[in-house]
Design a protein around this ligand. Sequence first.
Ligand SMILES: *Cc1c(COP(=O)(O)O)cnc(C)c1O
Length: 389
Amino acid sequence: MPRRFGSYGGAYVPETLVPALQELERTWRGARADPGFRGELSRLSRTLGGRPTPLYFARNLTRRAGGAEIWLKREDLVHGGAHKFNNALGQGLLARRMGKSRLIAETGAGQHGVATAMIGAALGLSTEVYMGEVDMDRQRPNVERMRLLGAKVVPVAAGSRTLKDAINAALRDWIANVRTTHYLLGSAVGPHPFPSLVAGFQSVIGREILRQARREFGRDPDLAVACVGGGSNAIGTFHPMLRTSVALLGIEAGGPRGASRGAASLSRGRPGVLHGAYTYVLQDRDGQVAPTESVSAGLDYAGVGPEHAWLRDRGRVTYRAVRDDGALAAFRWLAEDEGILPALEPAHAIFAAVGEARRRPARQRVVVTLSGRGDKDLGVVLAALARGA
Ligand SMILES: *Cc1c(COP(=O)(O)O)cnc(C)c1O
């Protein structure tokens, strides 16, 4: 398990956390080699999570694009409505293996908080979720879901009162309670070993895609597309394909029309340290973390997983930004063409995939990871449509 991806990654944390990070890495190494752990992970992925998720041929969307075939990896059908379950389950089982009785997590839109609350309930671990006050107001239904699932939601009043402040609060809690508590980090970000650990648990997405593609069309896809917030659904999609010839495209949030940054760390940021890792960060001239803007709360983060930073520099994965209006257009296409309401995060990837399919011949296959369902976004979408977007 690499500590660094080129010069990216590492563990820029206070000394008090070093033993906990080492324990986590050691536990994961042991778990990966343990058939009992792997058996339970795959059993619960299947029976609680609903895996494997289907690979769906989007015939009407393909017709709209007028080129290559578009296939959707249906992570929106995972328990809880997004890929977040895959990571929450894996880390929940690791927490239990380490004998920790308490989970803490950060959440922005609330999706990771809900996934952690579900796993906390299922595994019998007490759960507290840090959430910025601004996000609690914007994402009320997820706050209620977490509470109904038995988790405590802790409001964070510091800073911009959003995701990055919630991560800081969770890290502080972890430092104070590290003996009893596992910090169930929600994306492929943060200090080593989290980026590798989360990539490991999310790689089930890419492994299933390759297996299903070989069954459905007898070979690998030509292109795989995924949206990038912290980068967990994208790294899970890409990881098993890094040593194939599949072209890989990561889509960041470009934000509203005219925004200078959006939340596109790889397209518009520069290297720096955020939340314990050296990676691309949206920052001002003094190196202060810059405010981000996106229609999708799940992509609204100033940093990105360090492995993506390295894949970008090496040119193995191409990263581009899609703006809010593109995501809203793709939301409507998928709803009207295929009868699927996508989350606004993967709607960015769908928009890019339609553009790519249009430029490619009909014999090619483009797979898009549909990372979650759109129920949580109906308010945002309806408000945008009412404004004439
Ligand atoms: C949280 C979330 C994302 C962004 O997180 P990644 O770690 O980049 O995958 C994307 N899609 C959905 C549906 C989400 O809930």
